[in-house]
Design a binder for this molecule. Sequence first.
Ligand SMILES: Cc1cc2nc3c(=O)[nH]c(=O)nc-3n(C[C@H](O)[C@H](O)[C@H](O)COP(=O)(O)OP(=O)(O)OC[C@H]3O[C@@H](n4cnc5c(N)ncnc54)[C@H](O)[C@@H]3O)c2cc1C
Length: 474
Amino acid sequence: MTLAAPHPDHPISLESPATIAVIGAGPIGLEAALYGRFLGYEVTVFDRGPVAANVQQWQHLPLLTPFHDLHSRLGRYAITTQNPQHEFPGPEDCISGQQWRQSYLLPLAETDLLAASLRSQHRVVAVSRCHYPKHHPATGPRRWQDGFLVTWEDEQGMPHSDTFDFVLDASGTFQHPQGWGPGGGPALGQDALVAQAQRDARLAAALHTVAPDFTREPTAWHDARVLLIGDSLIAAHTALEWRRQVKAGQLCWLLPQNIQSPQTFPVVPADPLPARHRLLTAANELIDQQRLESLAQAIAERAESTAAQRLQVLGNANLTSITWDPERGLFHAQLLQWTEVDWEAAPDDFEEPDDEAVACDFDHVIIAVGHRVDEALTQELQVPRCPHSECMLGLLPELQQADAGPAGGDRFRLKLADPQSQLTPEGRLFVLGAKSFGRQPNYFHRVGLQQVRDAFRWIVGRHNLDLEESIAIR
Ligand SMILES: Cc1cc2nc3c(=O)[nH]c(=O)nc-3n(C[C@H](O)[C@H](O)[C@H](O)COP(=O)(O)OP(=O)(O)OC[C@H]3O[C@@H](n4cnc5c(N)ncnc54)[C@H](O)[C@@H]3O)c2cc1C
């Protein structure tokens, strides 16, 4: 699909004080809002929760990149201008999500430049053009000149709307986990369980949709039978932490894909991030050591005492259904393992093996299946995405080029070369940060900072603008 790209005859730029709505006060929403404020735009930043609400959810986890790659010079400048005594982590320090939030994201949100622009606990529910629905034939400059109507609910749930010249969607994906069941669909009972957890504190304490901190309530994990599902880095981290922290009990880790290869988690060649290298290598070793061939084997082992630590890893395995037994405080789960068939090599009379299914009870369930894009927010806008990864279509050529390069798809080293890649057919709409990468888990903040720079090149209409480079920063 060719994007109707703005060009010098039909620019999308508007001088300040044009209005910008930023959806999401996460790391990249804050950086984008700051950039806009430095340039004199009228910026409103909406967040459905507190500042950096998603980072807050996983804040006990360690980050893979050093602090150097987790902040902009502009952000540092804004914070130190206001509070010269502010102490930042060292540039090479490896910090946790909590340290990122406390030492940088929250102080940034509190600067005079941003504080007045922030609308926390304000959930954006829809963005549309003021006059043209998605299917309207108006394209190009005619469409771009139309404003955006942003509708949101305030902290009391009251609806409001206002018009904006530009919209920067930085709402992330963390609120939208993929399905827990086979093929990324829902496991039977999943939605009912999530609803039930709102009313049942015991269930809520046993169902973990974010990686748990095993050090917080060690007794809850002692001798417990735990089900972990997913192939995300969070799942890998969780399995490794469980092995490190929990001395007695069973963890059954289901991964949806084949795990026979020695690199279930592909190791990045000459990885510039030691923490990532350690995580990926340790996860692959753990899988190699603890891999079981079948669910039957896992069940046989379960019959034995749980006095010792036992970790079971199963590939091509899914959760198919799940319920909670409030009397016994247990999950009843149906698990399934399937055999992958190479249909091109299989003989004509090949009979597909049956799936293996078993029922098991668990004390804790940890969901680490990864996240996906919620397209509902902008469903009245033309926002083309790759049907495979759900990354922004404009970004796809840059990502494919990186995949084919010597760094083997390491998005940490991605250098966005083409500002065009940020454009959508909506002209003045930009999708930034984790959401622009769709389901791909390898988004990094330093790439988001490049997106912010490129988006503002279009917004201002100066294609060499780079505030990070040009502003005098102490
Ligand atoms: C466990 C983990 C570790 C990571 N480690 C690193 C790392 O080491 N280095 C690195 O560079 N990156 C890392 N990342 C990736 C990435 O930097 C983070 O996910 C980062 O939080 C993404 O920032 P974001 O602003 O794009 O999205 P988010 O942090 O997801 O922020 C989105 C914001 O939008 C808000 N929002 C959502 N919907 C709405 C709505 N409808 N209305 C209003 N507000 C809304 C949310 O409340 C949230 O505050 C990691 C990610 C995870 C999950």
